[in-house]
Design a protein. Structure first.
Length: 369
């Protein structure tokens, strides 16, 4: 998945070296090791590879030692620590940083299989962070009382990339070309946040509509996915491939369940559908309604019957005026613009801590990630 972390950290990598520590994997290795790969754009990704059979404390100790060794090899002692999960505090809380950032994309504690200690670790994270960002407005409202320097940054858009879906010379990928139209499409992680019963019901109501579902299946059993001749589970596709698929859909479909895991989400795919020029229907997700539903950019539907009604209306509507409004809406929401705002806030947090701790201001050129 190429989403918020990739968009932001790749842009940081154009100014400062970035090292990303991923979650560990387990293999038949004699001792823990850190597998490194360059992703370009100044970003190095490190994957802790741990032996099978380690205890929980052993896993934490191994990651701690690998990170310590990696930091010791870097050419600078100046560091920015950027957290996407408080769980990483288990092996980094003892380390010094020039500034600490917590980018809270989701309410992770509400996700299926969330570790029981996650809530306590997030409390610690809020105490430790110099600046906090949230992935949407509803998440900001839920957390704003927990930190004095917290800012909402909803999902942004790479309009040029997804705009390729509008290209007249766009060709259908081979596995989609044979699927009849009209097509409703979804892309993203397929997990407990998807209302699979809604997908089943809408597909049953309109057997002549085709449902193209793209994304990896995570944390739910594939056997539970609805199966029908008009539902096509294509699996994951790369970020680069997505515009070719999306551009061949008549309507975008965001069948999010309404549960704890979706209460605060701000789906990145919403502006991506719009940038591709695809009218979209979504279940009533708070941030989707607030940013796109109230002004008619996205149709909101609560159940199978209302989804069908909304899709029929979208397919019968002239897209020209809608696309013009969409482009005006997305003009102020690019990832480049979001990154510049975030970079300024990180710089202010860095300089503020430096001033407090060292009695001197430190300029942007001294930032290191």
């Amino acid at each position: 998945m190429y989403q918020r972390p990739q968009h932001l950290l790749s842009r940081f990598g154009q100014r400062h070296p970035v090292v990303v520590i991923e979650e560990p994997i387990f293999e038949d290795v004699p001792q823990p090791e850190l597998r490194r790969s360059s992703r370009g754009e100044g970003v190095t990704v490190c994957v802790p590879v741990l032996p099978h059979g380690l205890s929980e404390s052993g896993k934490i100790l191994a990651q701690r030692q690998l990170v310590e060794k990696m930091l010791a090899e870097l050419p600078t002692s100046r560091r920015l620590f950027w957290y996407y999960t408080p769980m990483a505090l288990l092996f980094t809380r003892h380390l010094d940083a020039d500034v600490v950032i917590f980018d809270s994309m989701d309410e992770l504690s509400a996700f299926k299989g969330a570790p029981p200690e996650l809530r306590a670790l997030e409390d610690e994270m809020m105490q430790k962070a110099d600046v906090v960002f949230t992935g949407g407005h509803s998440l900001y409202e839920a957390k704003k009382h927990r930190h004095g320097n917290i800012h909402a940054f909803p999902s942004s858009i790479d309009a040029a990339h997804f705009g390729k879906g509008r290209a007249e010379d766009r060709d259908d990928p081979e596995d989609q070309a044979a699927i009849p139209r009209p097509r409703l499409g979804f892309f993203g992680v397929i997990d407990e946040r998807m209302d699979i019963d809604l997908v089943r019901d809408v597909a049953a109501l309109r057997p002549d509509w085709q449902f193209v579902m793209i994304g990896p299946v995570v944390k739910i059993d594939e056997a539970d996915l609805p199966r029908a001749e008009n539902i096509h589970w294509l699996g994951g596709r790369s970020y680069q491939e997505l515009p070719r698929y999306i551009g061949g859909w008549d309507v975008g479909f965001m069948p999010f369940a309404r549960n704890e895991s979706t209460q605060f989400i701000s789906p990145t795919k919403t502006p991506e559908f719009l940038a591709a020029g695809v009218p979209t229907v979504s279940t009533p997700i708070v941030d989707v309604i607030r940013s796109y539903g109230d002004d008619g950019y996205v149709a909101i539907a609560e159940d199978a019957e209302s989804v069908v009604k909304s899709v029929e209306e979208l397919m019968a509507t002239d897209r020209g005026p809608w696309i013009k409004r969409v482009d005006e809406k997305l003009a102020d929401g690019s990832w480049d613009q979001t990154f510049e705002r975030i970079y300024e806030l990180v710089t202010e947090a860095h300089d503020g801590r430096s001033s407090r701790n060292e009695g001197a201001q430190t300029g942007k050129d001294n930032l290191r990630v």
